[in-house]
Write a protein that binds this ligand. Structure first.
Ligand code: CP
Length: 309
């Protein structure tokens, strides 16, 4: 197996090959063992400074990256757009170059604009990790999702995964599709026609609009949040109707002919895409996903820090 990634930045899963993903997973296996020790820290990135730039809200990704960096002994500086000089008109490149002038080696960035991470990688001299760029990609979420499937089932290849909900506005859906395909899973998307992107048939996934049929088909259902903040028009008549057609409750889960696994990238809208008794059930691996996020992000940062130009 390769010992180095084929990329210098993590901008999207689209740029990775299956060997890169396997390398991230085997590296994450080692770090998962580390973070379950009484002393959870290793000196791997002791001389590295990492800046976390968050131009959009985040709980899981921001905290998980910060913890991953600290577990690797990196120096960490955090930036959020609110309260910064971005509100005074400073551009993205000026903001980042000023941060880099303080001798920063790596940048983790979440930004509302698709392509922001790619743009940055072309204009600044630092490793870039995309922590979510608008509706484009969320590569570390897809990696931790696939890693959690591998942990639960022993492999990803051949597993049937349905991604349910707002596919059109979801960077998690796109990155998951790329990642799971590279690892040999079968993928279905399920949701209302209005929330399916026009290019969906070109992605090589099955499309199903009937939730019960989709759940009967799958081993794993990855439930997405309706991204009201990215919707400029109404894509379905009412939230009540959406819940009736695309929400998973315990009664529906128990009516299936097999026991499926429930995933969710968070944040959950309890009572919309899933009810609390589903989110908190023994079939849910939502908190395992969050736990695995730290080990997977440690692996990504560690491998990118060692990448050659
Ligand atoms: N899954 C995810 O990206 O969550 P946050 O928006 O809280 O980071």
């Amino acid at each position: 197996m390769e010992s180095k990634l084929s990329v210098n930045h993590l901008l999207g899963i689209k740029d990775l090959n299956a060997s890169d993903i396997e390398l991230i997973f085997t590296t994450a296996d080692n770090f998962k063992e580390v973070i379950n020790r009484p002393i959870k820290k290793v000196p791997s990135l002791r001389d590295i400074t990492i800046s976390n730039l968050f131009f959009e809200s985040s709980t899981r990704t921001r905290l998980s990256f910060e913890l991953a960096e600290k577990r690797l002994s990196a120096d960490v500086i955090n930036f959020s757009a609110s309260g910064s000089s971005v509100s005074k008109g400073e551009t993205l490149i000026d903001t980042v170059n000023n941060i880099l002038a303080m001798k920063v080696d790596m940048v983790v960035m979440r930004h509302p604009n698709p392509g922001a991470a790619v743009f940055l990688s072309k204009h600044i001299k630092a490793r870039i990790v995309n922590a979510g760029d608008g509706t484009n990609e969320h590569p570390t979420q897809a990696l931790l999702d696939a890693y959690s499937i591998r942990e639960k089932f022993g492999k990803v290849k051949g597993k049937k995964v349905v991604i349910v909900g707002d596919i059109m506005h979801s960077r998690v859906a796109l990155s998951n599709i790329f990642c799971l395909q590279k690892l040999g899973a079968e993928i279905m998307v399920c949701g209302p026609t209005t929330l399916m992107p026009k290019y969906i048939s070109q992605l090589g996934v099955k499309v199903e609009h009937n939730l019960k049929k989709a759940l009967e088909w799958c081993d794993i259902a990855n439930m997405l949040r309706i991204q009201l903040e990215r919707q400029d028009i109404r894509y379905f008549p009412s939230l009540r109707e959406y819940i009736m057609l695309y929400g998973v409750n315990k009664q529906l889960l128990d009516s299936l002919s097999k026991r499926i696994t429930i995933m969710h990238p968070g944040p959950i809208n309890r009572g919309v895409e899933i009810t609390s008794d589903v989110a908190d059930s023994a079939q849910s691996i939502i908190l395992e996903q969050v736990e695995n996020g730290v080990a997977v992000r440690m692996a990504v940062l560690y491998l990118l820090a060692g990448a050659k130009n």
